[in-house]
Design a protein around this ligand. Structure first.
Ligand SMILES: NC(=O)C1=CN([C@@H]2O[C@H](COP(=O)(O)OP(=O)(O)OC[C@H]3O[C@@H](n4cnc5c(N)ncnc54)[C@H](OP(=O)(O)O)[C@@H]3O)[C@@H](O)[C@H]2O)C=CC1
Ligand SMILES: N[C@@H](CCC(=O)OP(=O)(O)O)C(=O)O
Length: 440
């Protein structure tokens, strides 16, 4: 698999994007911030066209029968667009992630080591039909000195085109190459992108586990997987019931299609009688279809006889919709085991007033986010103060969780000496290193 086997056109476009990235990598902080402001202004100026393009996407999606929850993700009305543009400006105001000195150390007299952050180069980001992601990802890429090749979900193609056209106008206005932000629109281009190892430095697929694995198996480019969110909320025996009800309803209904929404509610058997009689009607009043395992249904008896039985396959399902499965557990340990078996290492939460139980849960659960007494919906770059996010990394190696600017830079070790040679520091008369951290 090399770029020689590609259609020349995509390889040519990628080469231009690579060159544009090299220019941006040496651009000043001020230039990159000006570019972000110009992009925000261009998006504002094009808001009518962007909203109209999105309406066309939405109409087509409705005609195709897109699920209501996914439709909510696709829709970009004026209000959502303005919020996203404000998010672009927020990214501009964040500290520059490029050129940060992480290590400054004297190895010996006159031999000084520094570790300095720098951009990755060209990012290839494949994401779902969520147009606001275009603005978040482009802003983060430019701020961190990277170029980006974007491929959104097919349902959002007109919206993505309108957004990228505006972004190009913004870049051009400040004298930057529009090739910095490139839009791909077909699956064929996605597959070709995976072969562009000469020009692309990192692929970020946001999609199902199977899709992320497919990408990993079909490219030599490093992959930062943003896979599915099978997230849980565990209501411990020492939970405060009103708190647990409030958190459960938010974690399920606030944005049902988002990957940080819960799919399974684990309930300790001791608290189940008090909690279930409140949470089930609360969820049903928000149109949530509640599925329950056999012990739960036995416990609640006739009170909610219409509940759908939850089976083994429910534990492994991301509904991305207003559906929640409930499982009764015997202990905190059983909840942790369930999560470590079926969870996707995205975001997991416990509700409890027992600090020891909470700290056991957060230590033992293997996920990018382990939360106590709050909603899983907080797993988000904006809410973490990263300005925005490229997505939520579900891999174990960093960056893990919401990926913001810090996740889009790497670093270089810069070593400056004055004729120093390694032989001085080896052998019988080896000179000792000073290894002194410098403070300025
Ligand atoms: N961790 C995170 O940050 C995120 C995770 N997700 C997860 O992604 C999952 C799926 O989301 P969903 O809305 O269904 O998104 P899809 O899987 O439908 O699409 C995601 C992207 O992948 C592309 N794609 C999917 N399959 C292929 C393929 N075989 N070849 C080439 N391209 C492909 C799609 O292109 P096309 O539309 O052209 O088919 C689209 O651009 C959910 O589990 C969700 O939780 C989603 C967003 C963020
Ligand atoms: N961080 C985002 C969710 C992550 C995400 O991109 O999810 P998705 O709705 O699957 O595209 C949020 O809190 O809305």
């Amino acid at each position: 698999m090399t770029s020689q086997t590609l259609t020349p056109s995509l390889a040519t476009l990628a080469r231009e994007t690579r060159e544009a990235a090299r220019q941006l990598a040496i651009a000043s902080t001020e230039t990159r911030n000006q570019a972000i402001e110009a992009i925000a202004a261009a998006l504002e100026a094009a808001s009518a066209e962007i909203v109209a393009a999105n309406q066309s996407d939405c109409e087509a999606a409705l005609a195709e029968g897109l699920a209501k929850s996914l439709y909510g993700r696709l829709k970009l009305d004026a209000e959502k667009l303005m919020a996203a543009i404000a998010g672009v400006r927020n990214v501009g105001r964040l500290p520059d992630p490029v050129g940060v000195r992480q290590i400054h150390r004297e190895l010996d007299d006159g031999l000084v080591l520094q570790r300095i952050t720098c951009p990755l180069g060209v990012l290839g980001v494949i994401f779902e039909a969520r147009p606001d992601a275009v603005m978040q990802i482009a802003a983060l890429a430019i701020k961190s000195g990277n170029a980006v090749m974007l491929k959104g979900g097919k349902e959002a193609v007109r919206s993505c085109e309108a957004l990228v056209e505006a972004i190009h106008r913004g870049l051009t206005q400040v004298g930057l190459d529009p090739a910095l932000v490139r839009l791909l629109t077909t699956r064929e281009e996605t597959l070709a992108l995976l072969h562009l190892d000469q020009y692309v430095d990192l692929i970020i697929p946001r999609g199902s586990n199977a899709f992320v694995r497919f990408v990993q198996e079909n490219t030599r480019i490093p992959v930062l997987g943003h896979a599915d969110g099978i997230c849980h909320l565990y209501v411990d025996q020492a939970a405060d019931v009103p708190k647990a009800v409030q958190i459960t309803v938010d974690a399920k209904t606030q944005y049902p299609s988002a990957c940080n929404t819960i799919e399974t509610l684990l309930v300790h058997k001791q608290i189940a009688p008090a909690f279930l009689q409140q949470i089930i009607p609360a969820l049903q009043s928000k149109q949530v279809e509640v599925r329950a395992d056999e012990p739960t249904r036995q416990l609640i008896g006739d009170a909610f006889s219409e509940l759908t039985p939850a089976t083994e396959s429910d534990w492994a399902t991301e509904y991305s919709d207003l559906i929640l499965s409930i499982k009764l557990v015997e202990s905190l340990e059983a909840a942790i085991d369930h999560i470590n078996t079926y969870g996707s290492r995205h975001t997991e939460a416990i509700v409890t007033e027992d600090a020891e139980a909470a700290s056991h849960f957060t230590a033992r659960v293997d996920a990018a986010g382990v939360f106590h007494n709050c909603s899983t919906r907080f797993a988000d770059g904006f809410r973490y103060g990263f300005g925005a996010e490229v997505g939520i990394s579900t891999q174990k190696m960093p960056p893990r969780g919401p990926v913001g600017l810090e996740g889009l830079v790497t670093y270089k070790y810069q070593l400056v000496g004055n004729g120093h040679i390694a032989a001085t520091y080896t052998g019988a008369n080896a000179k000792a290193f000073t290894h002194r951290n410098l403070t300025d």
